[in-house]
Structures are given as structure tokens and as C-alpha cells.
Design a protein around this ligand. Structure first.
Ligand code: HEM
Length: 132
């Protein structure tokens, strides 16, 4: 997908298009129950998901063009390094992206924006693959 076309079309940040802080909270709250139920990636996560949700909310805020909450609190994201302790395959990256796609649908994000966001996240997700 040629991202620049969307940059021109969507002349606001993903953060704003999702409804800012509140929209991001809703997304993360819709996302993690799906992750926890997923047979492939659910087992990687701790039972107490709240701290993970909080970090993801802060990370996505800055990744989507909002306030740099994650870096302010935790320093450089180094997301690939932070995922190294967990065995991540391409199948797991796809499972993560599928949960995100469903969460975006659940919170009522329109199709074109949803596809754009999932595409935007698929680079990082597959970049975090660290095992076969
Ligand atoms: C590719 C599939 C992915 C898997 C299987 C995965 C799995 C995980 C796991 C197991 C954790 C640690 C939970 C804990 O604290 O015990 C984690 C943390 C995190 N993940 Fe992912 N993740 C994936 C992709 C992504 C993507 C694409 C992003 C964002 C673009 C992301 C953002 C984060 C953040 C912000 C944290 C918290 C990091 C921290 O502890 O500082 N993850 N992930």
C-alpha cells in the first residue's frame, strides 16, 4: 500500500482519527481480551494484563502521532528488543494483527481507516519475528 496517498487523504494523525486519548483507550480495551483468548499468542501474556494494556496505550499514542507517553515514562521504545524474550513467529504476528483488525472493527472504525492502520502495524509486527 502506498502510505503517502493516505497521508494526503487523511490529513490528520491516526491518533486524531481514532478519537484521541479516549479512542485509543477503547481500542486497547477491545484488543487485549481477544489477544488473551487467542490460542497462539494468548499464552505469551501474563494473567494480569493491566500493565501491558497501559504500556500499549502509551506506545500507540506516540506511534499514531499523539503525545509521546511511552518514551516519557519508559525511555526509547526499542520494541524489537523488548519482544526478544518471547518466541514470535510470522503466524503469531498474523494472529496479533488479526486481533487488532477485529478490535478496530468492534470500536466502529470505518473500513478504509481500519485497513490503513493494520497495514501500518504489520511492518513492526513482522519485524518482531525472532524465531521460526
Ligand atoms: C508480532 C506479534 C506480537 C506478539 C506475539 C507480542 C507479544 C508481546 C508480549 C508477550 C509482551 C510482553 C507482555 C509482558 O509484559 O509480559 C509484549 C509487550 C508489548 N508489546 Fe507486543 N507483541 C506483538 C506485536 C506488537 C506490536 C506490533 C506492537 C506495537 C506496534 C507491540 C507493542 C507492545 C508494547 C508497547 C509492549 C509493552 C513493552 C514493555 O514492556 O515495555 N507488540 N508484546
Amino acid at each position: 500500500m502506498e502510505s503517502w496517498r493516505f497521508t494526503v487523504k487523511f490529513d490528520r494523525s491516526i491518533y486524531e482519527l481514532l478519537g484521541g486519548d479516549e479512542g485509543l483507550r477503547r481500542l486497547v480495551e477491545a484488543f487485549y481480551p481477544k489477544v488473551q483468548r487467542d490460542p497462539l499468542i494468548g499464552p505469551l501474556f501474563p494473567e494480569n494484563i493491566d500493565p501491558v494494556m497501559e504500556k500499549q496505550y502509551m506506545f500507540l499514542s506516540q506511534f499514531f502521532g499523539g503525545p509521546p507517553l511511552f518514551s516519557e515514562k519508559h525511555g526509547h521504545p526499542m520494541m524489537r528488543a523488548r519482544h526478544m524474550p518471547f518466541p514470535i513467529t510470522h503466524e503469531k504476528a498474523d494472529a496479533w494483527l488479526a486481533c487488532m483488525n477485529e478490535a478496530l472493527t468492534d470500536i466502529g472504525v470505518e473500513d478504509e481507516l481500519r485497513v490503513f492502520i493494520v497495514d501500518r502495524l504489520s511492518g513492526p509486527a513482522h519485524h518482531f519475528v525472532n524465531t521460526n
